[in-house]
Design a protein. Structure first.
Length: 351
């Protein structure tokens, strides 16, 4: 992640502060600030990073210990979960949730995204910050741009050939396709090097290559070739599935503004396009705090452990101003997402 991208990462909350006077968001912002919920939790993140690093090292040691046996494949799901933890740390660094020191946040993002995961932090932050600025906006949010999957009937109607078949069946194909998400994000990172400035490319490129070389070297040094191929396939597939489970329910099936609609303020733009996932500490851990999607979008620089504390305040404020606040259970959230995808593809199945 470049320092410029890091600066953009905090921009939604800064813009919200500038527009706060006289808005529905202003009293909520004052309350949240007054409770200290925007203050950084450096100690919490330090412990999280240290524990995650030690766990990654332990899995690496286990790979060498079990590498000669097919039992080593039992470590692939464990590594996929730890890689998701690593991705969540990189995500939080990109939003300046860990520290407001730009250089430190930049370094944390590079280590956790580029070096440990082979995912370009610059690519991710550029894409993710545009999403945060205009969530679910048909023309401005890259996360709802038509690609392998589409999110509106208008997008579906112009599909042809194989992509048309994909759209007809996208609800059934969604979870199988997420198995490829981990690999896809690595590919996107390398492709994005062409967009980056020479200075960014000089840092990001070598780290992406270092990850690839290190990953292959670790696998081949720890186990025979057949084991290594099976381990990599299982690890990357489960890693992609985990990311899909964390990202999918946040916005899909929620309101989708476009350029022809009325101008929305910060509160409405972030709240009505987002969905929270109900659950306890296990859900918080598994989804990396992204289950508090409404709070995260309203206050993108808020540290992860404070999102849970902010939820009652945000929910009460939305009720007071008549703003819908959407929550769903873990399973029901995916049911809603799949139903939306099925309905989008419906016109193509009745032709």
């Amino acid at each position: 992640m470049s320092q410029a991208a890091s600066a953009v990462a905090d921009r939604p909350s800064a813009d919200a502060g500038r527009q706060a006077a006289g808005s529905d968001f202003a009293p909520l912002l004052r309350t949240v600030k007054g409770q200290g919920l925007l203050e950084r939790r450096v100690g919490w993140y330090t412990r999280t990073i240290v524990i995650n690093t030690l766990a990654l090292v332990a899995v690496g040691v286990g790979m060498f210990a079990l590498g000669g046996s097919w039992w080593v494949l039992l470590l692939a799901p464990v590594l996929s979960i730890l890689c998701a933890r690593t991705a969540f740390i990189g995500h939080d660094a990109g939003h300046s949730q860990i520290t407001n020191n730009r250089s430190a946040a930049h370094a944390i993002g590079l280590v956790h995204a580029n070096l440990l995961l082979g995912m370009s932090s610059s690519w991710w932050n550029d894409k993710h910050n545009r999403h945060h600025a205009n969530p679910n906006h048909l023309e401005k949010d890259p996360d709802v741009a038509p690609d392998v999957l589409v999110w509106t009937s208008k997008q579906a109607k112009v599909r042809v050939g194989f992509r048309r078949w994909l759209t007809r069946n996208q609800a059934w194909l969604f979870f199988p396709l997420t198995l490829l998400q981990g690999i896809a994000m690595k590919v996107y990172g390398f492709q994005d090097l062409r967009r980056q400035s020479p200075r960014e490319r000089l840092v990001e490129g070598p780290l992406l290559v270092a990850h690839l070389i290190g990953y292959v070297t670790l696998l081949l040094a720890a186990m025979p070739l057949g084991h290594a191929i099976a381990f990599a396939a299982l690890h990357q597939a489960l890693f992609g599935l985990h990311l899909g489970l964390a990202f999918a329910p946040n916005h899909k099936g929620m309101e989708m503004p476009d350029s022809n609609g009325e101008r929305w303020g910060h509160l409405r733009r972030q709240v009505v396009t987002s969905r929270n996932i109900r659950g306890g500490v296990v859900t918080d851990w598994f989804l990396g705090g992204l289950n508090y999607q409404i709070e995260h979008h309203l206050f993108p620089s808020m540290p992860r452990p404070h999102l849970r504390l902010a939820q009652p305040v945000v929910r009460a404020h939305c009720a007071a101003v008549g703003m819908p606040y959407t929550e769903a259970g873990f399973v029901d959230s995916y049911r809603q997402v799949l139903r939306h995808m099925y309905e989008v593809g419906e016109p193509l199945r009745v032709e």
